[in-house]
Design a protein around this ligand. Structure first.
Ligand code: FES
Length: 87
């Protein structure tokens, strides 16, 4: 598991291994636009302010992945214990 923190509210949510970031946020009433849910369309693209995403999408380029400043919360996860999201 890893945690995501929303920059706007300071709220922290734990993402268990069997749930996506989008699923957990949605459950708590945090709406992120979502479409394919497979890392293809880029609709859910979210800025990452701190932490290292574990990119599982096919949308970002290698350069964009390496920058670690955005990720696709419908399928991507985290390498660090915490991701701070610009939400
Ligand atoms: Fe399509 Fe996340 S919803 S990449």
């Amino acid at each position: 598991p890893f945690d995501v923190k929303l920059a706007s509210s300071g709220q922290v949510y734990t993402i268990p291994p069997d749930r996506t970031v989008i699923q957990v946020l949605c459950e708590h009433g945090v709406d992120v636009p979502v479409s394919c849910e497979q890392g293809i369309c880029g609709t859910c693209l979210t800025r990452v302010l701190e932490g290292e995403p574990d990119h599982r999408d096919q949308y970002l380029t290698d350069e964009e992945r390496a920058a670690n400043d955005q990720f696709t919360p419908c399928c991507s996860r985290a390498r660090s214990a915490l991701l701070v999201l610009d939400l």
